[in-house]
Design a protein around this ligand. Structure first.
Ligand code: GLV
Length: 329
């Protein structure tokens, strides 16, 4: 039997890529930027499997243009780049890479939290710009962490890992919102599930960990920002469109909140002249929360496993739509 044909939309770590190459006739996009949508469709058209990234739009039209496709494996835990309903309707299993990036992402959320709270980036820039002249009794005064209240919007794996760091390391009280109760964080961290209004009103740090969907898009809007404390720091390591960035700019400029740390923006990349980048209290990172050697290697391994399982007609290691039974040729 001929080897399955797959399109891999970027170079990923060898832990996964080598396995895909060993088992498949693999077309690997090696450009410095993702393929365009048109190229993605063209290169996937004759393929049995697609290993995609969060930068690839995988929609119903693509699925219809690629009739041989039997599996989509996304190299990410998030899957908002894929039309899951369309994939399910067409009997296409979709894989993702949960679990292995929990710690790296929680670490980055904490990194943004403390850096934004202490104005680290603006302070460092003042040295580079030759503006720092002497020790300042009133300069770059930030916010304390110990004993603060942390509000987690979306208490999944990453939210819980950040909450554990903040509770055990800094004695923070933890509030959270989530459609589901999380008994583990309530027991282990004394976390309290509350209404979003209370979380916004009481939290010194608000960190976003929700999936992006129609219900969560723009959840941090002008009203939410106005409801936050003036000392509050907003952290987003989930997806950019959760935040209304124009409203965030206004909230930072008017002092409605103290600072923000964003690993994700809308769009990505943000334009170099985006006014948020000129805001001294806004830290922006280029979506690097999972970017550690071990994490990216583990993500590649799972993405390869998912792809190969789908091609073999076996259940995926991690499926977003497990109700879809894998197909064989
Ligand atoms: C990164 O954002 C991911 O979803 O893995």
């Amino acid at each position: 039997m001929s080897r399955p044909r797959v399109f891999v939309t970027r170079i990923i770590p060898e832990e996964g890529l080598a396995r895909v190459r060993a088992a498949c006739d693999a077309d690997v996009w090696d450009g410095p930027l993702p393929p365009s949508y048109e190229t993605l469709v063209e290169r996937t058209r004759e393929c049995d499997g697609l290993l995609s990234l969060l930068t690839d739009r995988v929609d119903a039209a693509l699925m219809d243009a690629c009739p041989r496709l039997r599996v989509i494996s996304n190299f990410a835990v998030g899957f908002n780049n894929i039309d899951i309903a369309a994939a399910t309707e067409r009997g296409l299993p979709v894989g993702n890479t949960p679990g292995v990036l929990t710690d790296a992402t929680a670490d980055m959320a904490f990194c943004l939290l403390i850096a934004a709270a202490r104005q680290l980036v603006a302070a460092e820039r003042s040295i580079r710009d030759g503006e720092w002249r002497t020790w300042e009794p009133m300069g770059f005064i930030g916010q304390d962490l110990v004993g603060a209240t942390l509000g987690i919007l979306g208490m999944g794996r990453v939210g819980a890992a950040l909450a554990a760091r903040c509770h055990h390391g800094f004695g923070m009280r933890v509030l959270y919102t989530d459609p589901l109760q999380n008994a583990d964080v309530e027991r282990d961290l004394g976390a309290e599930r509350v209404a979003v209004e209370r979380l916004l009103a009481e939290s010194d740090f608000v960190s976003l960990h929700a999936n992006l969907d129609d219900a969560t898009r723009g959840m941090i809007d002008a009203a939410a920002l106005a409801a936050m404390k003036p000392n509050a720091v907003l952290v987003n390591t989930a997806r950019g469109p959760l935040v209304d960035q124009a409203a965030l700019l206004h909230a930072l400029r008017s002092g409605e909140i103290f600072a923000a740390g964003l690993d994700v923006t809308d769009p990505e990349p943000m334009a170099a002249d985006d006014p948020l980048l000129a805001e001294p209290r806004c830290i922006v990172a280029p979506h690097i929360a999972s970017a550690t050697v071990r994490t990216r290697g583990a993500m590649a391994e799972i993405a390869a496993d998912n792809l190969l399982a789908g091609l073999d007609g076996r259940p995926l290691r991690h499926s977003v739509n497990p109700e879809v039974a894998p197909r064989t040729r």
